[in-house]
Design a protein. Sequence first.
Length: 419
Amino acid sequence: MKLNILDFLFILCVLSIWIMLFYNAILTLYGYKYFVEVSEKSLAPIKNMNYFPKVSILIPAHNEEKVIEKTVKSMFKLDYPSEHLEIIVINDNSSDNTASVLKTLQDDNPSKNLIVINTDKNTGGRGKSGALNIGYKKSTGEYLVIYDADNTPEPLALRHLVYTIISNNEYGAVIGKFRTRNKKNLLTKFINIEGLSFQWMAQGGRWKLFKLCTIPGTNFIIRRSIIDEIKGWDPNAIAEDTEISIRIYRMGYKICFMPLAVTWEQEPETIKVWLKQRTRWVQGNVYVLFKYLSFPFRGGKSKILIDIYYFFSVYFLFLVSVLLSDLIFVLGLFTNYKVSISGNFMILWILSYLMFILEVSISLTMEKGEFTKENFFIIALMYFTYCQMWIVVSIKGFYMYIKNTLLKKQHTWYKTERF
């Protein structure tokens, strides 16, 4: 049978989609194994630590009056000697009451080493990377720990991060895990499931298979010596977490994943806020992709190419494949342009759908109280709704990257609305 252009496009789309599904299935399997291994370890070494290096916690904040008090108070509750800990909040060009909230916290907690840096449009206001650089220059710790302004880490989170990084000189950074604390509506429940499966289970699988991880932007520890050598965060990087991850690997270090170091964070509760946040993520990752795609990596550093080409596959090959397959499906329903390949086209689609449900369900079994009937039905719905929204986000993010690059627009704060 002679194949037409739609047949070839369909075959390429199916191959691309199934390669990504298969790769994520492997990550889920090995992520599951890694989570089991970690959960079986004794907590005694963590609780009985006798060496506590000086740690500086950096919290970049921009108009965070709704959440910053709870965040700072959670830092006060960290199980770590206060004489070895400093908490630095960079109140970066805020126009709300963030400064007054922080001043009250300082006055009410004189025994806590809380340092507040207030900037204005002249001394700051140039985004998270700029705020982190300001805080880094003020800090004195041997290690830096980063938390977003809406985070509430569990008391032992910092000990897990510190203990892991001091146990191995090859670790340039150690990342923890963040969980959704505001599962109020369908959107935040989607985000919760996304985090547990496509982010954390995948991180576990990548660490188990390749000894690779990507810094998630919050709840991680990094050696000060690394920041000294690379001269801080890239001020032009919106996805400063991904960008600095690659620079750490270029230096020959590893980034370890410690899922027992848990923080809870607030997620977007409306579609509008979610779209803006995720578009920013895609735009930032596209910047990193173009910055390093052709960069030479040699020796053990070459493993980072796995992540770079994975980003390329997600934001380009996979996206194009999904769009084309959707277009072919619509053409087949409403026009005479149809795929002429023999066999049941629906079987491939149904199998991919079932694999999606299986992968995500396995991820939820690792978290107490997450694998429920409600979440199972949410997963089934997620494939047709939330996952399709990522197509819009990816297109918009790529467009914004091109637009801002051509206009040479200076990077400033993007504020995720808090609730």
